[in-house]
Design a protein around this ligand. Structure first.
Ligand SMILES: [Zn+2]
Ligand SMILES: [Zn+2]
Ligand SMILES: [Zn+2]
Ligand SMILES: [Zn+2]
Length: 550
């Protein structure tokens, strides 16, 4: 009996021991994981605070994409941080020292006594395939922190060759001098007692002839992190002060820099989709309202995402995914020509709501009611297609310049300002050799077409059918009586009740147009990366401000 009890005691003790170890084996890893994640988030907050206070534009990476050496301890490093503006690199342990001891590219600084700018050298990590300015041999090919790059003119030089540089350390800002805002320009503007455009023009003479500074406005929310990478690359080449992240600063604030630059000289490069371009153009309209007409910039587009019809109509393609280097993008700015582009006001007056102000929208691309707006609406709301939206007599009345147009049985109307619609379709010209009146971006005319239904719409998009050409007009008025219908302006859809739509001319914007002869761009909407590699001379000319066949 006693032996039995002893056995029972022992087995219950074993059970307890087992339970204890099992619990320990489960609980300990959980505690360790929790502790680690708390530490990690603490560190993250800490780093965020550090980056916010830093004068450098640090960018962390888990793996550098080329051989990299820490600018402080000179060791080869795989991960760490790089400054987008000046190119200084550091591993995590040296980051704070690098931040304190190494100066970044100064956005504002006095010039030398003779009025010139000195090179600003950063040692090591020169770009791959750099060539020494003195001996013309390759730079940065030794496995250590070596050789120099000037953060302004991008000149590279060997450690040993640097003393033999014959330019007296004078920096001319390199290939893109006409686009860069030199630090001494801002220094002098800041010192001005009287801030007047005439004074700016006087100061500009020190920046060389043909100086047309560019402001880069990038939307990091469009097109797969492309905006983020572009911001870094433009900050490397330009003055970081002229590169703006639209997720941190709205265009209206960014454009205020124009008012410190010589009138009529500024170009703005918008990196984003058509929507971002509209946002910037609206901000430019606000500048006009503030009486800043003389400072209004010319606008160029670097399209992010896909199917950007406005960008396509201006010769910049429908989407950029890094096919050409940013240096080429900047060269394109220098070669682009200025064109005017009409902008329109869309007024939506809902029936029965006479006391409420009509909804007013700006339009650059197109207005539509019917099937193609429904596609946009479904895309936005992730809803199933609802054919019940339509009756074939959706449009009760259409007036072009006050004249009533007799309508066939249509399900939708599309009103276009630009040549492209629906992600690369040339709607007004259509297909076939049927003659059509020419279209221009600056003629103050809208092109109005009709579609029979969603199937017809789809056929038009794949170029198997033409829309019904209804006419061109300076003013378009539509009366719609259906209870609810899909409607869109520039791809922004909504569901609308009975209403009267009036589209009138609002203003003209100065845009930069890219003509095809200069580069290897292609006007085919299907062109993305493949098109860029095609031969420069066999690509067709895109129909730009003037019609292709006019
Ligand atoms: Zn280090
Ligand atoms: Zn820096
Ligand atoms: Zn330099
Ligand atoms: Zn050399």
């Amino acid at each position: 009996m006693e032996g039995d009890e002893g056995n029972r005691d022992q087995s219950s003790r074993e059970e307890w021991t087992l339970l204890f170890w099992t619990t320990l084996a489960v609980v300990v890893p959980v505690i360790i994981t929790l502790w680690c994640s708390v530490q990690r988030s603490k560190r993250k907050i800490h780093m965020k605070d550090f980056f916010r206070k830093s004068k450098h534009g640090w960018h962390c990476t888990d793996l550098f994409n080329k051989p990299t050496y820490c600018c402080v301890c000179q060791q080869h490093i795989l991960q760490g941080a790089v400054c987008d503006c000046c190119g200084v690199c550091a591993d995590e342990t040296c980051l704070r020292r690098a931040d304190r001891s190494l100066v970044c590219k100064e956005i504002m600084a006095p010039s030398r006594t003779d009025g010139t700018l000195a090179h600003r050298w950063v040692r090591g990590n020169v770009p791959l395939c750099s060539v020494c300015a003195v001996c013309k041999e390759q730079c940065g090919n030794q496995p250590k922190l070596c050789d120099f790059r000037c953060v302004w003119c991008q000149t590279t030089v060997h450690d040993d060759c640097k003393p033999s540089l014959s330019d007296g350390e004078r920096c001319e800002l390199g290939e893109f001098r006409s686009l860069i805002i030199p630090p001494h320009y801002l220094h002098h503007v800041n010192k001005l007692r009287r801030r007047h455009p005439d004074e700016y023009s006087k100061l500009a003479s020190a920046c060389g002839s043909g100086w047309t500074p560019v402001l880069v406005l990038a939307n990091t929310r469009s097109g797969n992190n492309m905006g983020e990478a572009l911001l870094g690359e433009f900050r490397t080449i330009l003055n970081p002060v002229q590169v703006f992240d639209l997720s941190e600063l709205p265009p209206s604030k960014a454009l205020q820099l124009c008012t410190l630059l010589p009138p009529g000289s500024v170009r703005v490069l918008v990196c984003g989709g058509d929507g971002t371009v509209g946002w910037v153009l609206d901000a430019i309209d606000t500048m006009k309202l503030k009486g800043q007409d003389q400072f209004i910039p010319r606008v160029m587009i670097l399209p992010l995402g896909t199917g950007n019809d406005l960008s396509n109509s201006l010769g910049w393609g429908s989407g950029y995914a890094g096919e050409i280097p940013v240096e080429q993008v900047l060269r394109n700015i220098l070669e682009a020509e200025v064109v005017k582009m009409d902008r329109w006001k869309v007024q939506v007056a809902s029936k029965g709501l006479y006391f409420r102000k009509p909804k007013v929208l700006s339009m650059n691309n197109y207005f539509s009611v019917g099937p193609d707006a429904l596609m946009a609406l479904n895309f936005h709301t992730h809803r199933e297609k609802t054919p019940s939206f339509f009756s074939s007599r959706i449009i009760n009345k259409l007036e072009l310049d006050g004249e009533r147009v007799a309508l066939p049985s249509l399900e939708g109307i599309i009103v276009c300002n630009i040549g492209y619609w629906g992600g690369g379709c040339r709607l007004w010209e259509g297909m076939g050799d049927e003659p059509y009146p020419p279209t221009r971006l600056d003629d103050g005319l809208l092109e109005v077409v009709g579609v029979f239904g969603s199937f017809h719409c789809a056929q038009i998009q794949v170029k198997m059918a033409n829309p019904v050409r209804l006419g061109q007009a300076h003013t378009v008025r539509l009366v719609l009586k259906t209870s609810r219908m899909p409607m869109q302006v520039d791809g922004e859809p909504w569901a609308q009740g009975p209403c009267t739509i009036t589209i009138t001319h609002k203003t003209q914007a100065f845009m930069l147009y890219h003509s095809a002869e200069q580069t290897d761009d292609d006007d085919d909407e299907s062109s993305t990366s493949e098109a860029e590699s095609s031969a420069p001379h066999d690509s067709p000319k895109p129909a730009g401000p003037a019609s292709a066949r006019a």
